[in-house]
Ligand binder design. Sequence first.
Ligand code: ATP
Ligand code: FE
Ligand code: MG
Length: 346
Amino acid sequence: PIVLGIETSCDETGIALVRGQELLVDVTASSMDEHARFGGIVPEVASRAHLEAFGPTLTAAVERAGLTLGDIDAVAVTSGPGLVGSLTVGVAAAKSLALGLGVPLYGVNHILGHVAVDVLVDGPFPEEFLGLVVSGGHSSLLHVRDIATDVVELGQTLDDAAGEAFDKVGRLLGLPYPGGPHVDKLAQQGDPEAFAFPRGLSKPKDLAAHAYNFSFSGLKTAVARVVEGFTDRGEEVPAADVAASFSEAVADVLVTKTLAACAKHDVRCVVIGGGFSANSRLRSLATERFGDAGIEVRIPPIRYCTDNGAMIAALGSAVVTAGLPPSDFAITIDSQMPLTQVLATA
Ligand code: ATP
Ligand code: FE
Ligand code: MG
């Protein structure tokens, strides 16, 4: 079946079409340029941008795929988690489309979409794998047997998400918003061993209770202290070394804990997704260390790591294939939608 995916949880208006596990088209419009000068996403601005971008993005997607609206068999949309106003625009549009076309509607979970999208680039999932979702709002480790029907959460962040920590460190280093990609770039010119930054929840006593949970706020504070130290002494902050050592600490904790979970659950494949999986150090360290352990690691290309419509179309398609019942047209958005829930409820 041909599934239309609609993503509007944050600042990206993403629309994609898939046929089964084959990606037909993926179009994204972003309002990030309008938010950058505020140092964060302005929800009202994002909602309005979705409203303006929706029609042209949909038209572009359908045209580029060489299809018409009548070819669509099902509509999948992000119901949560995300910004209330942004989600509302997407869900309202999806309901209208599905109703008008007379096709089923599926309100799906954005975070699971960050894992589901990998199928479109790396092919069918193995019977069992671990999903590491690292994004602006989440750092979660999942045990997945079927992305539509069988996902168990092994751990999550107790405070900041990985991307959030990068954005905060970006601000500390005086880099533009969002800081993540800028810190990444700077880190590539620095020494990852210049500063010994803490690995959160990695001491034996923490591991007992939090083997697969993450914490990045202590690390962020440690970075702030180092930066302040240089500033107070009137010295120039060695920003590239700070960025590199910080990136190393984040990537190390993510990879080490995921490797431990693979051993514990005897899983041989890891799928990494979410905006932070664009991070170059995470990508290289994961490839190196999972490779050494003989574990397959699948990380989609960067354009499928950050928010996009393909991830929602992929998850929608998985839900259709699993035979789950379509969503009621009375579904509402759920800005706090839990990871354990693949479909929205009315
Ligand atoms: P969620 O998916 O949890 O709802 P989100 O959708 O806002 O959050 P994404 O768009 O998936 O998050 O990811 C955005 C985050 O990824 C931002 O914090 C951004 O700074 C970070 N990010 C993107 N590229 C990189 C990079 N190369 N290195 C580090 N962080 C990055
Ligand atoms: Fe996201
Ligand atoms: Mg985004």
